[in-house]
Design a binder for this molecule. Structure first.
Ligand code: AMP
Length: 444
């Protein structure tokens, strides 16, 4: 496997990458000035027809990293298919969640805005008929979640005999969500000769195993280390009772005179509630989540970036793609259900070598989540109790003592309670097996 390290070609411009004019125009329209590291590496590799295996988290610009070159290849040096009549799917992008599918489709439409290609998105939980109709009219690029895609295939609504490229986006999440069998079924019905791109936040053993049956002599790109938290981010856990989290957060914002913070909640409802409570305390806050229109989200983000809003409260899905420079504080108001999300969340501070603080307000019932997070990041996070906010119920996480702020490589902070997903011990890449996280799909 050929490996491209994290080094980014310095001074690379979009115009150096070999993309066609309509794509450069779309990129300029988005106001992007330079390619992100993943784009600088992935775009030439994909244009050269290579398979790619990229470790890149959300927020790195990975979507444009695969979309731009694929759009180029689909329109390069060939007569564009006629609009009437059957248009076979030539590019298939599979994503784990419908939110991501919708977002990727939006990106494809944005970047392909000056190209006469047809795009569609299909996912479960909605009426299948309009999707069948859309496919019947012919689609060049199909974005899909695995289950619905197989349904459509089973009903003869989609064929892949002219497929040229396959993208598996967030492959690690697909495995987390128990989609491995669906993925294998999909792979089995695709033509053997095709270009394969696999994007994953992490390269675990399971991902590599999946890759072995998928990519062919891939260029391997990695723009962020796996499940590591950067040293410029100081992490703290504030043990606190559940009902006192808002008061503690307010106290911290006021007492420590935070200029800005991004606060994560688990649910949309929780995000709304918290933003309202902060507003009532006189702290400028706004919530963004999946129920808000794209316009409202864009506006909220612009205000936050411009420093007009002090606190942005977000769910994990809504926070995808948030790229905010100089963000000093990230707060986990609720711990995420999926430990990897902790790494994604706190990666939004301490960027580009700047100092950042990641704080987690943790109540007793989140003890197990904290334990899973510490196991994943192989660190015990320093606990800090704030006077007046001491929890009545202690965290049930074995913790070696208040000095543990640094790493404890290989350490196993606390045992695992009974039940839960099967894990392979001793492997830092271990993750729950099977469909343990299926439910989380609709929470955002
Ligand atoms: P992604 O990692 O694909 O979810 O993208 C993260 C965010 O970065 C999206 O909001 C994109 O609009 C934005 N983005 C992608 N490429 C660039 C770029 N070259 N310069 C600035 N922003 C970008």
């Amino acid at each position: 496997m050929q490996e491209n390290s994290t080094k980014t070609p310095v001074g690379v411009k979009f115009t150096d990458l070999g993309l066609s004019e309509p794509l450069l125009k779309a990129v300029a329209g988005q106001g992007y000035e330079t390619p992100t590291p993943i784009q600088a590496e992935a775009i030439p590799a994909v244009l050269a027809g290579r398979d790619v295996m990229a470790a890149a988290q959300t927020g790195t610009g990975k979507t444009a990293g695969f979309t731009l070159p694929l759009l180029h290849l689909l329109t390069e040096d060939r007569p564009l298919p006629r609009f009437s009549g059957h248009r076979p799917v030539r590019c298939l992008i599979v994503t784990p969640t419908r939110e991501l599918a919708a977002q990727v489709e939006e990106s494809v439409k944005t970047y392909g805005g000056h190209l006469p290609l047809r795009t569609a998105v299909v996912f479960g939980g909605v009426n299948i008929k309009p999707q069948i109709n859309k496919l019947r009219h012919g689609v060049d690029i199909l974005v899909a979640t695995p289950g619905r895609l197989l349904d459509l295939y089973g009903q003869g609504a989609v064929r892949f005999d002219k497929l040229e490229a396959l993208v598996l986006d967030e492959a690690d999440r697909m495995l987390d969500m128990g989609f491995i069998h669906d993925i294998k079924k999909i792979l089995a019905v695709l033509p053997k000769r095709r270009q394969n791109l696999m994007f994953s936040a992490t390269f675990s053993e399971e991902i590599r195993e999946l890759a072995r049956g998928l990519v062919n002599d891939p260029i391997e790109i990695s723009v962020s280390p796996r499940n590591t938290t950067v040293d410029t981010v100081s992490q703290l856990v504030y043990p606190v009772d559940k009902g006192r989290k808002t008061d503690l957060l307010t106290h911290l914002i006021v007492e420590e005179q935070w200029y800005q913070a991004l606060v994560f909640t688990r649910t949309k409802h929780g995000a709304n509630r918290l933003a309202q409570k902060l507003e009532k305390s006189g702290i400028g806050a706004i919530a963004i989540h999946g129920n808000k229109s794209q316009n409202a989200r864009t506006r909220a983000l612009a205000d936050f970036k411009a420093g007009k809003t002090q606190i942005l409260v977000a769910t994990d899905i809504a926070a995808r793609g948030l790229d905010i420079n100089d963000l000093p504080h990230v707060v986990n108001f609720d711990l995420p259900n999926v430990p990897e999300d902790y790494v994604h969340r706190i990666g939004r501070t301490g960027r580009a070598g700047k100092e950042g603080q990641a704080l987690s307000l943790v109540c007793a019932e989140e003890s197990r989540m904290l334990r899973d997070i510490e196991k994943l990041i192989r660190k015990s996070v320093e606990r800090r109790t704030v006077s007046g906010f001491e929890p009545l119920e202690e965290l049930n996480v074995a913790h070696p003592g208040p000095k543990m702020g640094g790493g404890r490589p290989g350490g196993r902070p606390g045992g695992r309670p009974g039940g839960g997903g099967r894990r392979r011990s001793g492997n830092r890449n271990s993750r729950p097996q099977g469909g343990g996280n299926r439910q989380r799909r609709n929470n955002y």
